[in-house]
Design a binder for this molecule. Sequence first.
Ligand code: SF4
Length: 210
Amino acid sequence: MNLNQQDKLKNGHILPLMESFLSIQGEGYFAGKSSYFLRIGGCDVGCHWCDVKESWDPKIHPLTEVDKIIKEVQKNSVDIVVITGGEPLMWNLDYLCHRLNELNFKIHLETSGAYNLSGKFDWICLSPKKTLKPIKEVQDLANELKVIISNKNDFKWAQLQSKKVKKSCKLFLQPEWSKKQEILPEIVNFVSNNIQWSISLQTHKYMNLP
Ligand code: SF4
């Protein structure tokens, strides 16, 4: 990376874009809504069950001008743009959010919350991970808490995390995809007895969508 690129990356005018695509939000509060996804490369959180491990190394994803990304977004008749990863907060998202906001898109962020916040969002979905814990700034602003459940111990982690977000934050438990057969009955049982929680399923996978 040359000095010019380093500068542009620092001020958020370029980002390592892994992919961008129109799809249906499969998970959480906005499940079923048409959305345009921007998947930003780079993640060092290290979830062993991660289903986008190819996102982890930012060097393999092209540094893409944000203005070019915006032009692609504008070709679609969506109002929601989901910024996901990887871990998008590893990068400066100020300029991307500024441009999307100017164009009146609703900007949603999907994050582990492990990095400082940049950018302004209409909706923050915090999916905390034990391997690199979320910071308070993101917990305070989260609109949605989505905890992945892969074993029985994860329920305790979920309850602990729910105490750190604001009262209005929507609470979701989502089965880890490869464990869903065995863990889903446990989640159903938990949600039946803890009505503040809802179940999130990766419905895009059932629909064979990206
Ligand atoms: Fe994968 Fe997300 Fe975990 Fe990063 S935070 S390792 S992208 S699941």
